[in-house]
Design a protein around this ligand. Structure first.
Ligand code: MG
Length: 306
């Protein structure tokens, strides 16, 4: 059981109350203006501006609002000792910087007894592996470890992006969902930690998920370059990458030519050709249309059409 107290400004107090609104509970005690209960932490806000977090999740929730908590608290960025040797669910995404093709997120669970075996398969940071190598490893990984891969295709991506969702929010939803679906596959076996390859500050991540019914928070930690910290994230990065390659393959078949990755000038060239050949709506159906490449492709196409 742990306790954390933070001093919140009036503005932060309002934000905190709004954040935990749907977990509100009745608490009639002197000075208390709001109370809420999550599965592993109770939050009490006092008129004085003090916010009290009580329970196993107290550190985690308090850190969302303030790193300046009591001295006994571990610093925000410190990772648990021996993390690389523990049983961990890792998650990672890919495709967010590619004009053509989907955003994919994968999560997978690697138990401590499996770590050596998975490393022997050649699993490491996907940035250090060739696509060819990853395509070879992925089927073995899929057989060996509980995992979930989510592919957000262009049409759906464009629809929610058009509704105002940032890439951060899109990623947060996909990570949370993939992790949740992996946890559901584990019956009694509980991971020591859930490690997310960090793309946003934890408090931003959780704010993206404010309207989500089931937000995975317990034992969740964030770290940048997490593929190098635990093999589960490296494995997740490979699965996400292979899912991205699979979808690119599918789209290339539809288009009738190999679609380039990234968002560079080669991409603009291919996009301009496609625009002339098949029209704007078709181009949108295989791209992230809000990227600047759309405009560049249009001006290239216009020049060619003169
Ligand atoms: Mg990543």
């Amino acid at each position: 059981m742990s306790n954390q107290v933070i001093e919140a400004s009036e503005k932060m107090q309002k934000e905190i109350i709004q954040h935990y609104q749907k977990y509100q509970i009745e608490r009639k005690a002197p000075g208390v203006i709001f109370a809420a209960k999550l599965s592993d932490v109770t939050i009490t806000a006092y008129r004085s501006g003090k916010i009290l977090f009580q329970g196993a999740g107290a550190d985690r929730e308090a850190q969302l609002w303030n790193t300046n908590t009591s001295a006994s608290n571990k610093p925000m960025n410190s990772l648990p000792p021996h993390l690389s040797e523990l049983s961990v669910v890792g998650s990672d995404e890919t495709g967010t910087g590619d004009f053509f093709g989907p955003v994919t997120v994968a999560a997978c669970y690697i138990q401590k007894d499996q770590i050596q075996l998975i490393k022997q398969l050649g699993v490491k940071d996907s940035k250090l592996l060739t696509d060819h190598h990853m395509l070879k490893i992925a089927p073995h990984l899929k057989e060996l470890v509980p995992h979930k891969i989510l592919t957000l295709r262009n049409e759906k991506y464009n629809e929610i992006q058009g509704r105002g969702w940032s890439q951060g929010k899109i990623k947060a939803y996909l990570h949370n969902q993939a992790i949740k679906l992996v946890l559901e596959q584990l019956s009694d076996d509980k991971p020591d930690y859930i490690l997310i390859d960090q793309f946003a500050e934890p408090k931003v991540y959780y704010r993206h998920l404010q309207e989500v019914e089931h937000v995975i928070k317990e034992h969740v930690i964030f770290a940048t370059k997490a593929e190098q910290i635990h093999v589960s994230v490296a494995a997740a990065s490979i699965l996400a990458r292979v899912a991205f390659l699979d979808e690119m393959e599918r789209l290339s078949t539809i288009v009738g030519e190999k679609l380039p990755k990234g968002a560079g000038s080669k991409v603009d060239e291919v996009a301009a050709k496609l625009l002339l050949r098949k029209g704007e709506q078709f181009l949108q159906s295989v791209t992230k249309k809000h990227f600047a490449n759309t405009g560049k492709a249009k001006s290239l196409a216009q020049k060619r059409n003169l």
